[in-house]
Design a protein around this ligand. Sequence first.
Ligand code: FES
Ligand SMILES: [Fe+2]
Length: 368
Amino acid sequence: MLDKSLLPTITDEDLRIHPLERSETIPSSWYSDHRFHELDNDVIFAQSWQYIGHLSQVQNPGDQCMGSVAGNPIIVVRGQDNKLRAFYNVCRHRGAPLAVVEGGKSKVLQCKYHGWTYLLDGSLRGTPKFNRVDLFDRKDYGLVSTHLDTWEGLVFVNLEGDGLSSSTLFKGIIDRIAPMTIADKKFYRRVTYDLNCNWKVFVDNYLEGYHLPYVHPELCTLLDFQSYATETFEYHSLQSSSLSQNESKYGANHGQVFYYFVWPNFMMNILPGRLQTNLVVPTSHNHCMVIFDYYYDDTSSEGTLKMIDEDIRYSDKVQQEDIEICEQVQKGLESRAYDRGRFSVECESGVYHFQSLLKKAYRSALLK
Ligand code: FES
Ligand SMILES: [Fe+2]
């Protein structure tokens, strides 16, 4: 339950959605007031599907992957019955974790603190030196589970589970990107970045190509910038572009790139032969972590590995350019000079769409 007395001030006018042409951007306090961190965790991240990883990481009984959702440690594990389950990675004794390293595999989940042991279905089995404890039944101390869903091989969890279905969130994407696909991509590498900015700064920045000529001049030459377009759908938006005629960095000198944003903090960058996912994880009001997962059609042949190395190196360069501008923007948003700005109708409909969804989420939480 939301403790409204702890909430930052949000006026009715702040939540009103005006047409793009007349709209202002959201107030700067939404990026800089520390109380929004908790609000966002409660009303956005705990109530939406959050990306954790890929099915190939949890293929066999005992395979595990981990994540953090709204500040909660989460573990996803494949059971002996082959069923995939998600739990809070929190022991029911005194709160220690069951898994601490990514990519673990074990027959049971054993707490790292005093050795309580859980089966892979979450039931508590072993409790060392616990014989003389009264009114204690192991059945009451199983791991706390959470909702899990998969889409095209990607694994998501939802703490509250009463939100949108994944089919609503991703509606139409598979048809749109055909003949490119997502489900058959192979996981290659995870790269994590720390940013000194609010998570919304990174999402806003992702959602427009307006900054490309100024922040990423080289990237501009790889894309046919004239064809760059933004479309918005119910819970996702798409920026797409053709690759330049003579572009060969991506191993294809033709074809489309699709930059998908899926509410509230997930991105899929789809290029010929490649899927890159970005997950934006807020860690405080002015800090976030961005997790890049790289997937490819082929991760084995020598020629492709060269292309992959170059792809990851180049993505890192673009990301460093984005980090620099996002951290500077955070400072500007925190300054006395700034409260709200305006949108380019031509280039910032994606940002406007995201900020409108944000307003809707706040409104529905505050009205509860
Ligand atoms: S906290 Fe897990 S066994 Fe003590
Ligand atoms: Fe950028």
